[in-house]
Ligand binder design. Structure first.
Ligand code: 8ID
Ligand code: ZN
Length: 354
C-alpha cells in the first residue's frame, strides 16, 4: 500500500535552510499521467549540484519549493494508467538520474544528446527529486539497476558516475595517456579516477588533504598534487607527467580556480573537459596559447540513457566502486555544509528507508 504522506527535505526558496517534513503528500497511482511512474526510494546520493540548486548559485534558477536529489535508487510501485510499452514493470529496481525526461523525438534526442532536449525535465531542479521517500519519474528514462549492485553502491553512479564516464570518453585520452583530474577526491572525481584507470589511462589526481590523497591513490591514481600546498601548479603537473603535461584534464572541482591553469599545463593537442559547475564562472583561456597548442575545450553535461547503462555496467563488474558513507535524510543539511567546506571525501548516500 502506498501511504498518503512521506518524509521529504524541502527548500522553500533559494538560499533558505532545508526543512525535513514528515507529511509531504505522496502522488497516488491514479494521479500519474501516462508514461509516469512512482518509485519508492531505497537511497539517494547527494551531489554538489543539489547544493548549487538549493543555494540558487546558477544563472538558471531551480523550481521552488524544491525537493532536490538526482542519484536515487528504488522500486517501481506504480505506473500511470494507459502507459504504452513500458520498458519497466512494477517491482523493478530502477535509478533516477538528473535527466528525468526528454521527448526522445527532437533532433537532439534523436542524436543522443537527450540532456539538452528543449522539453527536458531535471530531477531535483525543474521537477522534484529524490530527497523524499517516493518520487514521480518517467518510465522512458528510469534506469534498470544491474542485479549484483547494491542500491547504495549504484546510487552515485547515476549522476557522478555517468557524468565522468562520458566526460572521459569524449576527452580523446587513449590507453597510456596522462589524464589530470582536479577535484579527484570529491563525488565525481573519485569515480573519474577509477573509470580512467579502468581505461588504461595514467591518472594525476589533484585535490587537497591527506584523506582525499590516500583515497585516490588507493583507487588507482599514479600521482597526486595538493592544490593548497603546491607553489607552482603548472610546473608540478608538468613534472608529474614526464615534463610534457597531461593529454587531457577533466575538471570536476566546484569552483572556477581549478579551470584557470588548464591551458598552461595541458600538452599540445590536449583536451580540457569542463564538468564542474561553479555559479557564474568564466573561463579565462589565453587565446594565443589555446590556438598555438591546438587545445580542445569541451563542455560535458551528465549523459544519455546509454551512458547510464554503460556506466552502471562497468560498476557492476567491480571496475568502479563508489566510496560513500550512508546516512539518514536528517543529515542532508550537515552534508551540504561539509561539501561547502570541501570535507566530504567521496560521496554521502542517504538511506531513505530510515
Ligand atoms: O554534468 C555535469 N557537468 C555535472 C554533473 C554533476 C555535477 C556537473 N557537476 C558539478 C557539480 O555541480 C559541482 O560543481 O561538478 C562539481 C563537482 O560535483 P561533486 O563531485 O558532487 O562535488 P564535491 O564532492 O564537492 O567535489 C568537488 C571537489 O573539488 C575539490 C574539492 O576539494 C572537492 O573534493 N576542489 C575544489 I572546491 N577546488 C579545487 C581546485 N582548485 C578542487 N580540486 C582541485 N583544485
Ligand atoms: Zn549530480
Amino acid at each position: 500500500t502506498i501511504p498518503k504522506t512521506q518524509k521529504a527535505a524541502i527548500v522553500q526558496s533559494a538560499g533558505e535552510a532545508l526543512k525535513i517534513v514528515e507529511d509531504h503528500p505522496v502522488t497516488q497511482p491514479e494521479q500519474l499521467a501516462p508514461g509516469e511512474c512512482l518509485v519508492k526510494l531505497e537511497c539517494t546520493g547527494v551531489c554538489h549540484t543539489d547544493l548549487h540548486a538549493a543555494k540558487g548559485d546558477w544563472p538558471i534558477p531551480a523550481k521552488t519549493p524544491l525537493i532536490g536529489g538526482h542519484e536515487g535508487v528504488g522500486i517501481v510501485v506504480a505506473i500511470g494508467a494507459h502507459t504504452q510499452d513500458s520498458p519497466v514493470q512494477l517491482g523493478d529496481r530502477v535509478g533516477i538520474k538528473w535527466l528525468a525526461y526528454s521527448c526522445l523525438d527532437c533532433e537532439y534526442c534523436r542524436k543522443g544528446l537527450e540532456q539538452v532536449c528543449p522539453k527536458g525535465k531535471y530531477s531535483g531542479f525543474t521537477v522534484d527529486g529524490t530527497f523524499s521517500q517516493y518520487v514521480v519519474s518517467w518510465v522512458s528514462h528510469v534506469t534498470p539497476i544491474p542485479e549484483n549492485l547494491e542500491s547504495s553502491e549504484a546510487a552515485s553512479i547515476l549522476c557522478a558516475g555517468i557524468t565522468v564516464y562520458r566526460a572521459i570518453k569524449y576527452s580523446n585520452a587513449k590507453i597510456g595517456d596522462w589524464i589530470c583530474l582536479p577535484g579527484a577526491g570529491g563525488g565525481l572525481g573519485h569515480l573519474a579516477v577509477q573509470y580512467a584507470a579502468a581505461m588504461g589511462l595514467r591518472v594525476l589526481a589533484i585535490d587537497t588533504g591527506a584523506e582525499k590523497r590516500d583515497l585516490v591513490l588507493k583507487l588507482g591514481a599514479e600521482k597526486w598534487i595538493d592544490f593548497r600546498e603546491t607553489k607552482d601548479l603548472v610546473a608540478d603537473i608538468k613534472a608529474a607527467t614526464g615534463g610534457q603535461g597531461p593529454n587531457a584534464a577533466v575538471v570536476t572541482a566546484a569552483n572556477s580556480a581549478a579551470y584557470e591553469q588548464a591551458i598552461d599545463y595541458l600538452r599540445p593537442g590536449g583536451y580540457l573537459m569542463m564538468v564542474g559547475l561553479p555559479g557564474h564562472g568564466k573561463l579565462a583561456a589565453d587565446i594565443f596559447f589555446t590556438v598555438i597548442k591546438s587545445i580542445s575545450i569541451l563542455g560535458s553535461y551528465v549523459g544519455n540513457r546509454q551512458d547510464a547503462r554503460e556506466a552502471l555496467e562497468i560498476a557492476s563488474r567491480g571496475k568502479v566502486k563508489c566510496y560513500f558513507s550512508l546516512k539518514p535524510l536528517s543529515c542532508l543539511e550537515e552534508t551540504y555544509k561539509g561539501m561547502e567546506e570541501g570535507k566530504v571525501v567521496g560521496r554521502v548516500v542517504l538511506d531513505m528507508k530510515q
